[in-house]
Structures are given as structure tokens and as C-alpha cells.
Design a protein around this ligand. Structure first.
Ligand code: AP5
Length: 217
């Protein structure tokens, strides 16, 4: 299974990516997570990426593509992978094709999680993440038992810098301008499957797996 997960910020990509990747026994590769761990470790890549992420802008294509090329070169991707948050522009999609061609493999499906802008703002403004284990909560939809404390490991919960209201709005604009064209791109290649991203997390997962098991309509 070689999968791509696309959708607006806050559509639930990270939430579903973990579950879908576990279901198929493949690694979950999130470009956002890789950038954030580089920011936390204060690497050169992290310092560069932080400036773009904090403004809600995309990290330049050449930097992102080089990072993904390197990650897809590791042995654990041989049985497949799920890419969460990449590609996000048509040039990134073209680069992914080239990378996969060089391994003589191809994508199986592109899953789009559909959630409207109003729901996105609500989800992102209430998101809280564990500083230690990375588990994601929502103050209303999936609240921790003790405010500000992770149920799984007891560490502190934090709010992402790019989940401030003005940055959320910019991220949504960037999605509509730069990432939405990918929907047509993958539709034209008969790879696109659209799943409604609202409802309980387990319901969305079941819909996603069902969509992936069906031939493309
Ligand atoms: P990235 O980390 O990829 O962020 P994103 O696409 O904006 O998506 P999010 O992580 O914010 O949301 P999500 O869809 O994963 O939702 P989640 O599951 O957390 O990228 C961050 C930045 O990195 C970018 O802005 C850019 O700068 C850079 N970057 C990354 N990739 C790049 C690339 N390819 N090229 C260039 N730059 C790149 O859910 C959100 C909330 O909703 C949570 O609180 C969750 O609990 C809740 N929730 C989830 N599902 C449900 C549900 N069914 N019902 C109710 N609540 C739910």
C-alpha cells in the first residue's frame, strides 16, 4: 500500500494517518511531524522551516522534496507507506512521481479528507498535543481527563504555535490556493478517493478503509 492523505489543515489527517498506517502495517510519514521534530532539536532544517510554519506558509518545495526523498529511501518503506501532508503542491506531486519511478513503484491511492473551513477552525483552535508522547486531544471533542495533562503519559499538553487564529486563517488560504489543485491532479490520474471527515474518529477511519478497499469510482 502506497498512500497519500490530503485535506485541509485540521481535517484529521494526523489522527487518521496513525490508524490507517497501523491497519495496513506501513510507516506513517508526516512532513509536518518531521519539520516539528527538527524545530524541537534546533537543526538547520528546523530553523529554516520554523519561519515558514509560524506564518502558516509552506516550506519551500526543494527543501521538502529533498527531505521526503531521503525518508522514502529507507528500508522500512519497502512494504509501502502513508504520506501525511505531502505532496502539498503540484511540483511536489511531480517530484513524488519521479522518486517512485526511480524505485519502479507507484502510488495506490490518494485519500482526501473532506471537512469545511468552519469545522477546521473549531478543531484547530481546540487542539492540544502532549509534549512527551505526541498524543493529540481536543478540549471539546476528545478532552483529557485532567486539563492540560496527557491521559497516556501524564506530561504537559501544549498548543501548536501555528494554531493561533490568524495563522489558521493563513493556512486555510494556502491550502485553497496551493494544495486544492492536487485534487484535480490526482482525480485525472484515477487515484482520488474522497471521504467525509466529520463524525466520530472511528467512523471516519471505517469510511477511509472502506474507500481504500473499493475500486476508484
Ligand atoms: P502539518 O503538520 O501537516 O499540518 P496541517 O496539514 O495544517 O494539518 P494539521 O496537523 O494541523 O491537522 P490534521 O489534519 O493532521 O488534523 P489532526 O488529526 O491533528 O503541517 C504544518 C506545517 O508544516 C505547514 O503549515 C507547513 O508550514 C509545513 N509543511 C508540512 N508539510 C509540508 C509540505 N509538504 N510542503 C511544505 N510545507 C509543509 O486533528 C485536528 C484536531 O481535530 C485535533 O484536536 C483532533 O483531536 C481533532 N479531530 C480529529 N478528528 C476528529 C473528528 N473526527 N471529530 C472531531 N475532532 C477531530
Amino acid at each position: 500500500m502506497r498512500l497519500v492523505l490530503v485535506g485541509p489543515p485540521g481535517a484529521g489527517k494526523g489522527t487518521q494517518a496513525k490508524r490507517i498506517a497501523t491497519h495496513y502495517g506501513i510507516p506513517n510519514i508526516s512532513t509536518g511531524d518531521i519539520f516539528r521534530s527538527n524545530v524541537a532539536e534546533m537543526t538547520e532544517l528546523g530553523e529554516l522551516a520554523k519561519n515558514f510554519m509560524d506564518e502558516g506558509e509552506l516550506v519551500p518545495d526543494d527543501v521538502t522534496i529533498a527531505m521526503v526523498r531521503d525518508r522514502l529511501g529507507r528500508d522500512d518503506t519497502e512494504p509501502g507507506f502513508l504520506l501525511d501532508g505531502f505532496p502539498r503542491t503540484v511540483p511536489q506531486a511531480e517530484a513524488l512521481n519521479e522518486i517512485l519511478d526511480s524505485y519502479d513503484v507507484a502510488l495506490d491511492s490518494v485519500l482526501k479528507l473532506q471537512v469545511d473551513d468552519e469545522e477546521v477552525v473549531h478543531r484547530l483552535s481546540g487542539r492540544r498535543i502532549c509534549r512527551s508522547c505526541g498524543h493529540t486531544f481536543h478540549i471539546e471533542f476528545d478532552p483529557p481527563t485532567r486539563e492540560g495533562v496527557c491521559d497516556l503519559c501524564g506530561s504537559e499538553l501544549y498548543q501548536r504555535d501555528d494554531d493561533r487564529p490568524e495563522t489558521i486563517r493563513r493556512r486555510l488560504d494556502v491550502y485553497h490556493e496551493q494544495t486544492r489543485p492536487l485534487v484535480e491532479y490526482y482525480k485525472a490520474r484515477d487515484l482520488l478517493r474522497i471521504v467525509i471527515g466529520t463524525g466520530a474518529v472511528d467512523e471516519v477511519k471505517a469510511r477511509a478503509i472502506e474507500a481504500l478497499e473499493q475500486p476508484v469510482a
